[in-house]
Design a protein. Structure first.
Lengths: 189, 212
C-alpha cells in the first residue's frame, strides 16, 4: 500500500508514514510511533538530566506524548510537515513532566533538528504508570487493551476469544485509549 | 506497560481522515453569528435615530474598531487550535484596534470640553452595553469552543480566552447599530469591559473543555 501524499508533496519520512497510516497502513503507523518514541525519549532524557531529575520517569513522558499524539492525530494538517507538529506536542509534554517534578525554571530543550537526529532505544527494564492507569478502565476495555498490547494479540484473535465482532473490538479499543488519555490527564492535574 | 506494548495498542486503532479545523471554526462562527443576529432582532433592533447617527464618524468608528479587533483575535484563536502555532506576527495586528480607538479618544478629548468628558464616558446605557455584548457574544463563544474541541490547543485557557475576545469582537459588531453610545470615551470604557468578561468566561471554558 503506497498512497500518494495528498497535497503539497511532503517528502520527509514522518509525513510520508503518517500519510500511509491515514490510508490504512497499520505497519507504517507502528513504525512512525516507534520512531517518534525514540526521538521523544532522547529529548526527555536530555531535558531530565539537565534539570537534575533522575530519568526514572522518562518513559512516562514518552508514553504520555505518544498517547496525546495518537488521540489528536486527525488534527495534523497533511499539507504541513508532521515533525514540527510532533515536536511542539512532545516539548510541551516534557516541560509539563518537569514542572510536575518541581522544576519551575525549565531549560529549553534541544532544538528541532536535534530532536529528529538523536533517537534513543527504550530501556527494557523501564516501567511506567500506564499499567496503573489501565486499572481505571472498565474490565472489558482493560481486557482488550491488555490483550493487544501486553499479550501482542491481533484484533481478530481478541475478537474471537471474547466472542465479539472485530468492529466491536475496534470501537472498544478506541474508547479505551480515549479513557486512558483522560485518566492520564486527571492523574497529572 | 512498556512503550512498545503501548504502541501495539495504538497501532491497532486506525488513523482517521484529517479534519480541517479552519472549516470547523468558520462554520462555528457562521452558526454563532446567526444566533447572535437573531437575538439582536428579537431583543434589541436598531436604535431609533440610526439614520441621523450614521452621518457621524463616531458611529462608524465602532464598526471599524470592532472589526479590527474581531479579525485578528479570530485568526489567532484558529492558529492556537494547532499545537505548532506560530502566532507572533499575527498577534502584532492586535495593536491596530487599540491605535484606532486610542486616536478616537484623543480626538474626542480635543474637541469636547472637559466638563462633558464624564457624561460622554458614562453615556446613558453603560450597564446595558456591558451586559448586552457578552449576551450577543455567548452563542459565538459556545460555537467556537465546540469547534476548537476538534483541534489540539496546547494552551487551553489562553485559547479559550482568545475565543472569548473574538466572540466579544463579533458581538460588538452586531451590537454597534443598536448601541446609543457613540463617543469614543464611552466605547473605550465599556466595550473593553464587556470583552474582558467574555475573555474570562472563555478562559474558564477553555480550561474545562479544550484540555486534552
Amino acid at each position: 500500500m503506497n498512497p500518494q501524499p495528498i497535497k503539497g508533496q511532503l517528502d520527509d519520512p514522518w509525513s510520508r508514514m503518517m500519510t500511509a497510516a491515514i490510508g490504512g497502513d497499520e505497519g507504517a503507523y507502528r513504525r512512525l510511533l516507534e520512531d517518534i518514541g525514540r526521538s521523544v525519549r532522547a529529548m526527555a532524557r536530555g531535558a531530565f538530566s539537565r534539570a537534575g531529575v533522575g530519568d526514572a520517569d522518562v518513559e512516562d513522558a514518552v508514553q504520555e506524548t505518544l498517547l496525546a499524539i495518537h488521540l489528536k492525530r486527525h488534527t495534523w494538517d497533511p499539507e504541513q510537515p508532521l515533525a514540527p507538529w510532533v515536536y511542539a506536542i512532545a516539548r510541551h509534554k516534557v516541560v509539563d513532566a518537569l514542572r510536575r517534578r518541581g522544576r519551575r525554571k525549565v531549560e529549553p530543550l534541544e532544538n528541532f533538528e536535534e530532536f529528529l537526529a538523536a533517537p534513543e532505544a527504550e530501556d527494557p527494564h523501564a516501567l511506567s504508570d500506564a499499567r496503573k492507569l489501565l486499572e481505571t478502565l472498565a474490565p472489558r476495555q482493560r481486557d482488550i487493551v491488555t490483550s493487544i498490547s501486553l499479550d501482542g494479540q491481533s484484533i481478530a484473535a481478541t475478537a474471537k476469544r471474547l466472542s465479539m465482532s472485530e468492529v466491536a473490538v475496534r470501537v472498544a479499543l478506541h474508547r479505551a485509549l480515549k479513557s486512558l488519555g483522560a485518566a492520564w490527564r486527571r492523574s497529572v492535574e | 506497560m512498556k512503550t512498545s506494548e503501548l504502541i501495539a495498542a495504538l497501532a491497532a486503532d486506525p488513523v482517521p481522515e484529517p479534519i480541517r479545523l479552519g472549516r470547523r471554526v468558520a462554520l462555528a462562527l457562521a452558526v454563532g453569528l446567526a444566533v447572535s443576529v437573531a437575538l439582536y432582532w428579537v431583543l434589541l433592533g436598531p436604535r431609533p435615530d440610526i439614520v441621523a447617527a450614521s452621518d457621524t464618524m463616531r458611529f462608524w468608528l465602532k464598526f471599524v474598531d470592532s472589526f479590527a479587533f474581531a479579525l485578528p483575535t479570530l485568526l489567532l484563536t484558529l492558529r492556537l487550535g494547532h499545537p505548532d502555532a506560530k502566532p507572533r506576527a499575527l498577534a502584532l495586528w492586535l495593536i491596530a484596534p487599540f491605535i484606532l480607538l486610542g486616536a478616537g479618544v484623543v480626538i474626542e478629548l480635543l474637541i469636547v470640553p472637559q466638563s462633558e468628558w464624564m457624561s460622554r464616558l458614562m453615556g446613558s446605557t453603560a450597564m446595558h452595553c456591558t451586559i448586552t455584548i457578552p449576551m450577543l457574544a455567548a452563542p459565538i463563544l459556545a460555537a467556537l469552543i465546540v469547534a476548537l474541541r476538534a483541534g489540539a490547543p496546547l494552551y487551553p485557557g489562553l485559547t479559550g480566552a482568545l475565543a472569548g475576545a473574538a466572540a466579544a469582537g463579533v458581538g460588538a459588531l452586531v451590537y454597534a447599530s443598536s448601541c446609543p453610545g457613540d463617543s469614543p470615551l464611552f466605547v473605550a470604557t465599556w466595550y473593553p469591559l464587556a470583552t474582558l468578561i467574555c475573555m474570562g468566561v472563555g478562559a474558564l471554558a477553555g480550561r474545562r473543555f479544550l484540555a486534552w
